[in-house]
Design a protein around this ligand. Structure first.
Ligand code: FES
Length: 107
């Protein structure tokens, strides 16, 4: 999630630390009616299986693409390190990031 605009690990932020601060989670990036391109890419690339890791990966990808619009696979792996996925094997997640980068770069 974003805490005052900075990407943080939500699981490491105590509720008291977030009081009165600006929080944005995956729900704040898009909506069910209008998915953000990163969210749509994860769905379309098959990067969502059980979904446990998905919110963190989508917010981390959103942050990466606003800093590095066309990241290399190495840059993607570095940016998403620490987001553990037990389902996908990461290949489809990397595909989703490239897909989102391509779409966001062409709009
Ligand atoms: Fe299940 Fe990532 S989709 S842990």
């Amino acid at each position: 999630m974003y805490l005052d605009g900075t990407l943080v690990c939500a699981c490491l932020v105590l509720a008291g630390q977030a009081e009165g601060r600006d929080l944005v989670t995956v729900e704040g990036i898009g909506s069910a009616e209008s998915l953000h391109p990163v969210q749509a890419a994860f769905v379309e690339a098959g990067a969502v299986q059980c979904g446990f890791c998905t919110p963190g990966l989508i917010v981390a990808t959103h942050d990466l693409l606003r800093r590095v619009p066309q990241p290399t696979t190495v840059q993607i792996r570095e940016a998403l390190a620490g987001n553990i996925c037990r389902c996908t094997g990461y290949a489809k997640i990397i595909d989703a990031v490239h897909l989102a980068a391509g779409r966001m770069g062409s709009s």
